[in-house]
Write a protein that binds this ligand. Structure first.
Ligand code: NOJ
Length: 734
């Protein structure tokens, strides 16, 4: 590692870094080729199934010193038993590294990342990652395959659930927060884990929203949209990276030297370790760039892959490749160095068992403090999409409430997908949380009405009868947890099954009474039909272990919704991909025929990026600029007064958007460049200020390098990306 890269990564002080490097070299000198390849090999212990199983003999390989890392294994006891084999039964006693997909909590499950991103609360996200790391680390895990920082603009793609939505700027801030949360200040602490920035790159650009499909994006879109969150992770000192399954313009990411070496290491200065996705080296064969596993292994190592996840390609092919002179021993040494480096950084050579601790496991996992944080996160993630006539919150003096819908009594579904070691039995369903909240004072009847995704209408009548009898109706609708996530894409992203019909019939039967719908889902849905039928919709995503309680509190106004969408909700699937940073085109939409629009649907989404209602209302005063001109190296302040005009306290996410009016390349109509979340009592006002500097005005120039150009910019501040009016200022030439 060069002095320069060490410094930029702030891994440790120079003497410590030198000591670390000496340790690595001493070890390397003792290792056989087979042992080195072992360090570059990762196998699953199958406690969770996260891909196809190829080889189950991982323990034997650990014993032989031919497998240096294990994933999908947890608990202090189990990981210790495996660690013991590595440390006590192998020649060099190199400790194992344990990885796991700790995506939104380990046992205390937080809302899915997409939902949590809707909190627009970076501290909350950092803390949730911190708690996930604390619980996972107490159960022997050293490394999470998170955060997923793939920008996603196609809600058919099931993995949108795991990311932070469509926006680049916000995606970068969230990526940094999550990396810092997982890794903490000090990797040797007993409650921090290595983070992994994935999936590098443009996995979210899967054609037609179909998982693993090809990605064909321009170099510009790659640089403007998909790469920045990964760069943000490097700047936040993420220690591992995972190439994406997909190809970009003909090159599978796992075999892309351009991405893994030139961009990641040479341009960005990443000093950590690169692990493949699950069997991704093997997949170079069906991709059609390798004829066999030998060639696949060679391509991967040449590209810059340090560790092979589950495919066993390095395990079976590397030795022969080296012996045949096709892979240089130095390339192997470099990969091994990177693996050993993160193991040392975690402190595993000082104490290989430091992460396996039953005592911490008992005291930290699912602690009341963690559960309270999970409930807070669930509360802050919910987005009130619609609330006609202040339907919500429901009045507390209701005598009866009908809770109708296929997910009303669900527990496990509230955890969504990738729920780590979470347990559905820990979850209180929405109906049960309401029963707990009200005891006998409100008569709560529950009926499914229909299943999530079948066509059986035999329960509809009973649901309608229940709705007629109750003072108010709550519909609990959505997707099953496994309808999003990996390999879980949908072409029709409306509510599945008969749920729209259920909502329509129940709402019609309850005419004149409050009716609200709570949604559980892992992606933006195309819910124009539901939005027409019901007066109020609360988007709860998959809210995690404490979701039921958080929803019960919110429905009755004990807490207030404050989430804002991080992904546009289309009116119709035909609008996909849909995102607010659209460009004007040469023929922007107007009433003229020959303009960019549809005949049968507006261009705008049903619910825009940044949208979210509260139980109160806010008004925005005029926008004030500190100057009409900004010197190239100067700054400009923009301020606005926001007033709570309703009669409840509430939180507003004040969003700053910028537009570069004329540039040497086309620029979006608006881009988020800042936000402030404020809390206001009824009648109270606050002045919100943003400072605009060169950083906010810089864009990707024609040569794909950062560029700032003098000229006119428009500033807009509002409560969602639909804000229209702004003010202009001029950036002066140097
Ligand atoms: C495949 C997924 O794409 C990746 O995100 C995950 O970390 C691995 N499987 C391991 O489970």
């Amino acid at each position: 590692m060069s002095k320069k890269s060490l410094k930029s990564q702030k891994v440790c002080s120079k003497p410590l870094a030198d000591k670390l490097e000496r340790k690595i070299e001493t070890l390397l000198a003792k290792m056989t080729l087979a042992e080195k390849i072992g360090q570059m090999t990762l196998f699953t212990a199958m406690w969770a199934e996260t891909g196809p199983t190829i080889d189950r003999n991982f323990l034997q390989y650990v014993r032989e010193g031919r497998c240096g890392s294990i994933f999908n294994a947890y608990t202090a006891e189990y990981t210790r038993s495996l660690q013991k084999v590595a440390v006590e039964e192998t020649r060099l006693g190199i400790p194992l590294l344990f990885g796991f997909d700790v995506i939104h909590g380990h046992r205390s499950i937080f809302p899915i990342p997409l939902g949590e991103a809707c909190s627009w609360d970076l501290e909350l996200m950092k803390r949730s990652a911190r708690i996930a790391a604390t619980e996972a680390a107490a159960e022997g895990i050293h490394w999470t395959f998170a955060p997923m920082v793939d920008i996603a603009r196609d809600p058919r793609w099931g993995r949108v659930a795991e990311g932070a939505g469509e926006d680049v700027w916000l995606g970068c801030r969230i990526a940094e927060a999550r990396v810092r949360g997982f890794q903490g200040e000090d990797l040797t602490a007993d409650d921090t884990v290595l983070a992994c920035a994935k999936h590098f790159a443009a996995y979210g650009g899967a054609e037609a929203g179909r998982d693993y499909n090809i990605v064909d994006v321009s170099e510009r879109t790659l640089a403007e949209v998909y790469l920045p969150p990964f760069k943000a992770c490097v700047d936040a000192n993420v220690r591992t990276f995972m190439p994406a399954f997909n190809e970009i313009a003909g090159m599978p990411c796992t075999a892309s030297r351009t991405l893994l070496t030139e961009t990641l290491r040479q341009k960005w200065g990443f000093t950590g370790m690169v692990v493949t996705d699950y069997t991704a080296i093997n997949e170079l064969i069906p991709h059609g760039v390798a004829a066999d596993l030998t060639q696949a292994g060679q391509l991967a190592i040449e590209a810059g892959v340090d560790m092979d996840m589950q495919g066993g390609v390095y395990f079976t092919q590397l030795e022969a490749l080296v012996n045949a002179g096709k892979v240089l021993p130095a390339a192997i040494d470099e990969g091994v160095r990177r693996v050993l480096r993160v193991k040392i950084e975690l402190g595993l050579f000082d104490d290989p068992y430091r992460y396996c601790c039953e005592k911490r496991e008992k005291s930290r996992v699912l602690s009341p403090e963690h559960k309270a944080a999970a409930q807070k996160a669930a509360e802050k993630s919910m987005v009130l999409l619609k609330n006609e006539d202040d339907t919500l919150p429901f009045a507390k003096n209701l005598r009866s409430l009908a809770v109708i819908g296929p997910l009303a009594e669900s527990q496990l579904e509230l955890l969504g997908n990738w729920y780590g070691a979470g347990d559905g039995n820990q979850v209180v369903s929405v109906a049960a949380a309401l029963r707990e909240k009200f005891g006998k004072s409100v008569n709560i009847t529950t009926i499914k009405g229909c299943e999530v995704d079948d066509e059986d209408d035999s329960q509809l009548k009973a649901a309608v009868t229940a709705a007629k009898k109750a003072d108010a109706v709550l519909l609990v609708l959505g997707e099953y947890g496994n309808m999003s996530g990996e390999a879980a894409c949908r072409v029709d992203i409306d509510l599945p099954g008969l749920q729209n019909r259920l909502a329509e019939e129940v709402t019609a039967a309850a005419r004149g009474k409050p009716v609200a719908a709570v949604l559980f889902n892992g992606r933006p849905l195309a819910i124009s039909r539901l939005a027409k039928a019901v007066p109020a919709i609360l988007e709860a995503w998959f809210p995690g272990t404490m979701g039921g309680q958080a929803i019960a509190e919110m429905l009755f106004g004990d807490t207030s919704p404050s989430g804002r969408l991080v992904m546009s909700f289309p009116r119709h699937i035909g609008q996909i991909p849909i995102y607010y940073t659209a460009k004007n085109t040469g023929r922007p939409i107007s009433s003229d025929k020959y303009t960019s629009k549809y005949l049968d649907c507006p261009n705008t989404p049903l619910f825009a990026f940044g949208h979210g209602l509260t139980y109160t209302t806010f008004s925005y005063g005029p926008l004030r600029l500190s100057a009409a001109e900004m010197p190239m190296n100067g700054e400009i302040t923009v301020s606005i007064t926001v007033t709570n005009t309703g009669n409840r306290a509430g939180e507003e996410v004040v969003q700053l958007y910028l537009r570069d009016l004329i540039a040497c390349v086309t620029r979006p109509l608006k881009e988020l460049k800042g936000f402030k979340k404020i809390s206001l009592e009824p009648g109270a006002a606050a002045e919100v200020k943003f400072t605009i500097t060169a950083a906010e005005l810089t864009f990707v120039g024609p040569d794909l390098e950062p560029l700032i150009e003098p000229g006119e910019f428009e500033v807009m501040i509002g409560g969602s990306s639909s804000v229209a009016d702004g003010q202009r200022f001029t950036l002066l030439p140097k």
